[in-house]
Design a protein around this ligand. Structure first.
Ligand code: NAD
Length: 256
């Protein structure tokens, strides 16, 4: 069996992906704020360093795959700190362990909101790697009453980071596919509040052509990151695969 490290493993999509991989006979090291093998706060540089330290201790320096699921969807600067800086630090920090693994793979969880309108100040600051400036841009959005833009901006920045990074020598030339999965609405604690609001649910559901299948359960997402992180995936890299009932296809429309 392979050894996987999954962040956000205590809940939702991360938990379902961990179960899916364990059922296939693999070893999964879970990380989360609490309730997993590794406790680490990915909103902070100290917590990100702790994740990497604990991963070294638990693996003797080798991992076969990493699935970065930890995420936050609040109108706070912490949302971009976890969703962008936490994910980038997870993948960059664990890359040396992947380089020592067998058929190494990495996957992050994006979102259909990555192609929604976003705040370019937040996206540009994140991509420049300046966390302080990114937090300031997020706070400025909140002050304008646009805190809702933080989440899509964090996911848009992450998608651009992914495409830039996957093709570099550290990843592509080292034979480590790096991909993203972008779900639409998934029934997890993250979306509980949104789905309980009939008005919001109506607007969100109206953007999904394949309504017949309902809202995805995390178990219906898990096989996709699991496959992207498996040795069977030899040539998919630098991609964000949308698993959203067709919502992204509508938004992208005729643009290539
Ligand atoms: P969830 O809230 O069930 O799980 C997220 C997990 O991340 C939680 O266990 C939480 O403790 C952890 N986390 C949050 N902040 C953290 C921090 N600072 N340090 C460490 N761990 C932290 O939500 P989910 O729906 O399973 O979300 C998983 C991923 O999927 C997220 O990246 C989310 O943005 C993305 N996503 C979710 C949906 C959806 O509809 N649920 C849609 C698109 C994308």
């Amino acid at each position: 069996g392979r050894t996987y490290l999954i962040t956000g493993a205590a809940s939702g999509i991360g938990k379902a992906t961990a179960s899916h991989l364990r059922q296939q006979g693999h070893t999964v090291i879970g990380a989360d704020l609490q309730g997993a093998d590794i406790s680490a706060d990915l909103a902070t540089p100290e917590g990100r360093a702790e994740l990497v330290d604990h991963a070294h201790e638990l693996t003797a320096g080798r991992l076969d795959a990493v699935v970065a699921c930890a995420g936050l969807a609040q109108f706070t600067p912490a949302t971009v700190q976890v969703n962008y800086f936490g994910v980038v630090a997870t993948l960059e920090g664990l890359r040396p362990l992947l380089a020592a693994g067998t058929d190494p793979r990495a996957v992050l969880i994006s979102s259909v909101t990555s192609v929604h309108p976003h705040d370019t100040a937040i996206v540009d600051a994140a991509l420049s790697g300046d966390e302080e400036a990114t937090v300031a841009a997020a706070q400025a959005a909140i002050d304008r009453g646009e805190g809702y833009a933080i989440y899509p901006s964090s996911k848009a920045a992450l998608a651009r980071w992914l495409r830039r990074t996957a093709v570099t020598d550290d990843w592509a030339a080292a034979g480590i596919p790096l991909n993203g999965v972008a779900p639409g609405t998934v029934v997890t604690p993250m979306t509980e509040g949104m789905l309980a609001d009939a008005g919001i649910r109506k607007v969100v559901d109206a953007s999904v052509p394949m309504r017949l299948h309902g809202h995805a359960r995390p178990e219906q997402i898990a096989p996709l990151p699991a496959w992207l992180a498996s040795p069977e995936n030899s040539h998919v890299t630098g991609q964000v695969v949308f698993i959203d009932g067709g919502a992204e296809a509508v938004l992208r429309g005729d643009s290539t």
